[in-house]
Design a protein around this ligand. Sequence first.
Ligand code: GLC
Length: 511
Amino acid sequence: MTMQWWRDAVIYQVYPRSFADGDGDGVGDIAGIRARLGHLRDLGVDAIWMSPWYPSPMADAGYDVSDFRDIDPVFGSLSEAEALIAEAHEAGIRIIIDIVPNHISSEHPWFKAALAGGKERDYFWFRKSQNMPTNWTGEFGGTTWTQTPDGDWYLHLFTPEQPDLNWEHPDVRAEFESILRFWFDRGADGIRIDSAALLFKDTTLPEVVDGEPHPFHDLDAVHDVYRSWRRIAEEYEGRALIGEVWMPDVERFTNYLRPDELHAAFNFDFLGCAWDPYLMRSCIDRTLDAHARVGAPPTWVLSNHDVTRHVTRYGRTDTTFSFENNLDGTPVDLELGTRRARAAALLTLSLPGSAYIYQGEELGLWENENIDPDQMQDPMYARRGHTRDGCRVPLPWSGDEPPFDFTTGVPWLPQPAEWKDRTVQAQTGDPNSMLELYRSAIGLRTFTDTDFAWLDRGEGVLAWTRGTDFACVLNLSDAPVPLPEHRDILLASSSLDGDLLPRDTAVWLRL
Ligand code: GLC
């Protein structure tokens, strides 16, 4: 792979709490990841993105960081992290780490010093005010200000345990530049930037008004920060900056991907798109056009640790995803969802750009919608009524019943007993399994050109070529359709109906 590896990589998201547990406390850790690195090597991924592993009170599962230069004891130690980076590199796998610049933990030394009245107070958004300074609604729902015992209010776009940093302050900028270097020096190949569009706020604190500039989404000043981060990344070789940018406006979205800013960003437009031929095709076109204009690689994301797993989404009547439209608990046809998820894998792995796999999607896991409210841990649940716990359930590795060798203890979230045929062990060697489909697809995925063209195969069918001898055909119509002329069928997401491609099925063809 080229030094611009992020342009066409397959990147696997490891959610450390739920990947594999090495010490039996029921929470995944670095020892578990190191022991299971073989799974990722066998899958054939190019890189892994680690969700936060830093010391944290875990008010938001580690997205409330109290020290960016160390590892939480529940996950291991800094030397284990360094060993993991080295072992991954030996296995040919790059490592992306997660940096959370918008906020830190209320237990971070800066915030403690701020509460004690130190100069660090200016690193945050403290306001003196009789009432709450604004009526903003936070990203998890609920209010965004908390009053301290001395009567001042501080801003938090997420939970009160995640005070927002003041990015106008040069010390904040300098600190994060130093954190980037700290991890680049330890071999990190990339940085995933959490909540990348939220860093700046309108200092006059206006209310959110339709049609007016938003007071804390996507303020222009943020681009200057990413330009300086890009310069730092370029002092090293082959390091990528990948933004978590939720942005309905694709023009504003691709501003983050201009040649002197981030290298890539997650395509949430595609993630939220319905399983529908017209909507999907227009989303793909929109994505390709917008990225081409700034010269950035498109990305294809089906799931992550914040959204309902796509086997579940695609098994519902409403197949879209958005935080505003909570579909938790609506009826799901898991067989249909799985069939579509298989087709979606062949789609995302053959479009131009890079593809993200969220741990467990290669096993066909569905959302666990049967977690008791008293076992739920996600702070979003209390504020918004939607829980992200159902997609964060520990992976099933082997055996016939929970905890499926995830741990020798009790998993921090319950696993469905039905996952016994979804374990890595049960699926290995079964040519019809989701795992073997992913392994084959990633193994065959050798597109080096960006030569993409639509192929017209009639209504309801999405088909495209890559180069001169490869095509992917996905049937989203109601009836089976004929295949274009081809030499071989390289891979099919479900069995064919004679010579016909059944609905909700994708094939890879050699032309
Ligand atoms: C991002 C993360 C999410 C977290 C939030 C606050 O959206 O993906 O898990 O809760 O930021 O850090």
